[in-house]
Design a protein around this ligand. Structure first.
Ligand code: M6R
Length: 652
């Protein structure tokens, strides 16, 4: 990200004159550019409890992220005790002997191999050559090879193939050069990080400081959990929510020095930062699977509640429009907006496409939708009354964060729609709307997506009422929104039937999803859900586009899922269904109650309750989520941890 990169360069020239040799050396050395999804997890603890138990508990709660090895290190009486294992956290727990005493300060990690193969040696935590430091690290140190060469010349030896071991040695190198002082530990980490290019979330222990931990972040989330006489750190608050809900999110370029009773935050230049504390509105049950086999199924089933939460307190007293205090815009200012740009990635981008249909239809305001990754490097011309929304469930997606920063740099009012209170995107935006979906743990986004759909429908209502939508139309819209949770429950009650249908399609290799207007993004989402968790190749198209190319794929082996929920374009959908049927493809239809589809034209039907047109995308999504889930289950896929995917993508 250009802004942060600029800061880093200034720091180098300001503070590192004493390290001119290392600086020159690194300037010549190669930088290894890596493009991996960050799937690793960090947990750390300092307090009075048995650290091993807390670390293992935290790592178990973060298991959904996917990993190939795990490890913990405790620091007691000046000695590091470490255990690392390949595979599951359970293997790690089993490897811990009762005689081991990890003390009350420690760090833990689950690793997804990036630099170096999957092996115990490469697993974290890593210890420095002289044994003074232990570290866990998420992210990628791009210039690790040149640092490694430099350190090797200073006599350092390396036992793993990782970039992380290089970083911990760089910290030790600075520590050994640093005069003894109260801040020696923190300053050494600061100095090491000033030489580093890449991304990191790190937690570091130092033998000489047996009651302290230092953490730092750049483009990889880290959160401090504040307890009573104990502190937690984690890459995801799920890890410690059972112990505390009081948190502080670390910003990019910040470090924190933590003891059991206190913490302080500084920048790389050692400026003190005032911590912004917030309280998570999560319950412990939110981060456990409960009676459900997978988080994804649990989260699908939570949608009556998550939709209710997305709406709570957000209607006018006369129930004729929506209100969002977080926008921090007066009705007069909202009326002046004559263009809206939405930026997002993946599933959130699909929610933005629905926003485009709804806001243009109900409020007559032109809407553009951009992939965050395209927007950040493009030069979309926007006029001065453009409002920009960045939509991100996690609030940490790097491309969306960069889009937000680019939009702010250009001077647009930039707001966020996010589920993660206090996340980087939430903090850096100029206001916005929280989804209140509760933590979403399954990698495949479900309840967060429908909450986004609900919010964008409410934005269409809000803008519509400011322009040309009358009181009665607004009241009918609100009424339909209020009925959504009950209608979602009705669909969920039919999940066994959807499972029966899904099983019939579990062996296919390709599938097409087709829909018109606001059902087109839902077709994209249905296809994305299926490919993410079942690995079946699936594509979504506007139904009428089929005859411009995709129809060539249609055969008995390529089933088509039609989203035929709208009354006004009913006949158009029927014609497309017939075109496909004539080519012997199996047809699954999602239709609203009261439809007139003849059973002769289709193979399977998933019915949803009728609702306001603007809300059909929400209801039509639920059977598609269940359909994808049960297909993946029938294929024996690892549903909560699909291959190659991460819950939040904090690298480019
Ligand atoms: O956290 P975000 O909403 O910014 O994430 C965006 C995408 O990475 C995310 O929606 C992704 O496509 C999911 N795996 C979809 O299920």
């Amino acid at each position: 990200m250009p802004i942060i990169e600029g800061k880093r360069k200034r720091c180098l020239s300001l503070t590192l004159t004493s390290d001119i040799y290392l600086k020159n050396f690194l300037a010549k050395g190669p930088a290894m550019k890596s493009m991996n999804l960050v799937m690793c997890s960090i947990i750390g603890y300092v307090g009075v409890k048995d650290v091993a138990q807390i670390l293992l508990d935290g790592l178990e709660r973060l298991e959904y992220r996917g990993y190939d090895s795990a490890g913990i290190t405790g620091l007691k009486d000046g000695t590091f005790t470490s255990v690392k294992q390949l595979g599951r956290v359970k293997n790690l727990s089993n490897a811990i002997k009762p005689s081991m005493n990890f003390g009350n300060l420690g760090i833990g990690h689950t690793r997804w191999a990036t630099h170096g193969k999957v092996s115990v040696k490469n697993a974290h935590p890593h210890v420095s050559f002289h044994g003074l430091f232990s570290i866990v690290h998420n992210g990628v140190i791009e210039n690790y090879e040149s640092i490694k060469q430099y350190l090797a010349k200073q006599g350092y030896k390396f036992y793993s193939e990782t970039d992380t071991e290089v970083l911990v040695n760089l910290i030790e190198y600075h520590f050994r050069k640093e005069p003894d002082s109260e801040n020696r530990f923190l300053v050494s980490v600061q100095k090491a990080l000033l030489h580093v290019r890449g991304t990191y979330g790190i937690a570091v222990l130092c033998k000489n400081n047996p009651e302290e931990m230092v953490i730092a972040r750049k483009s990889s989330p880290l959160i401090i959990g504040i307890g009573k006489n104990e502190m937690f750190v984690a890459s995801d608050a799920c890890a410690f929510v059972a112990y505390t809900k009081n948190v502080v999110y670390l910003n990019d370029g910040e470090l924190a020095h933590i003891t059991c009773s206190d913490f302080s935050i500084t920048t790389m230049k050692n400026e003190t930062i005032d911590a912004v504390k917030c309280e998570l509105d999560w319950k412990v049950e939110d981060v456990s699977r409960g009676e459900h086999e997978h988080f994804m199924l649990k989260e699908i089933c939570e949608q009556p509640i998550s939709i209710e939460n997305a709406m709570r307190g957000r209607f006018s007293d006369d129930l004729s429009t929506a209100k969002f205090g977080g926008l921090q815009l007066l009705p007069r200012e909202l009326r002046q907006i004559d263009r809206i740009l939405f930026c997002a990635c993946g599933t959130a981008w699909h929610a933005c496409l629905v926003a485009e249909y709804l806001i243009e239809k109900y409020a007559r305001i032109p809407v553009e939708v951009a992939y965050s990754s395209e927007f950040r490097y493009g030069n979309v011309p926007l006029d001065k009354n453009t409002l920009v929304f960045i939509v991100s469930q996690s609030g940490e997606t790097l491309d969306s964060l960069a889009a937000l920063q680019e939009s702010k740099r250009k001077g647009y009012r930039t707001l966020a729609i996010t589920n993660a209170i206090g996340s980087t995107i939430a903090r850096e935006s100029e206001g916005g709307i929280y989804q209140h979906s509760g933590p979403e743990i399954g990698v495949a986004s479900t309840k967060a997506f429908t909450a986004q759909l609900c919010i964008v429908a409410m934005l269409a209502l809000l803008f519509g009422r400011l322009h040309n939508m009358g009181f009665d139309e607004g009241s009918e819209f609100v009424q339909s929104l209020l009925e959504l949770p009950k209608k979602i429950s009705q669909i969920l009650d039919k999940k066994d039937e959807i499972q029966r249908i899904a099983k019939k399609y579990a062996n296919c290799k390709d599938m097409l999803f087709l829909g018109r207007q606001s059902m087109f993004p839902i077709a994209l989402e249905g296809a994305l859900k299926l490919k993410e968790i079942s690995y079946i190749h699936a594509e979504g198209y506007p139904a009428a586009e089929m005859k411009h190319g995709p129809i060539a794929l249609i055969s008995e082996q390529c089933p088509c899922v039609f989203l035929a929920t709208q009354k006004d374009i009913w006949q158009k959908n029927i014609s497309n269904i017939q075109e496909v049927k004539a080519r012997n493809a199996k047809i699954v239809v999602v239709a609203s109650e009261g439809h007139q589809i003849s059973p002769d034209h289709i193979d399977d039907l998933m019915e949803i309750p009728d609702t306001h047109d603007a809300l059909k995308p929400i209801l039509a999504t639920i059977p598609l989520q269940l359909f994808a889930y049960y297909i993946a289950k029938a294929r024996g896929c690892d549903i909560d941890k699909p291959r190659n995917l991460a819950k939040s993508v904090t690298v480019e």
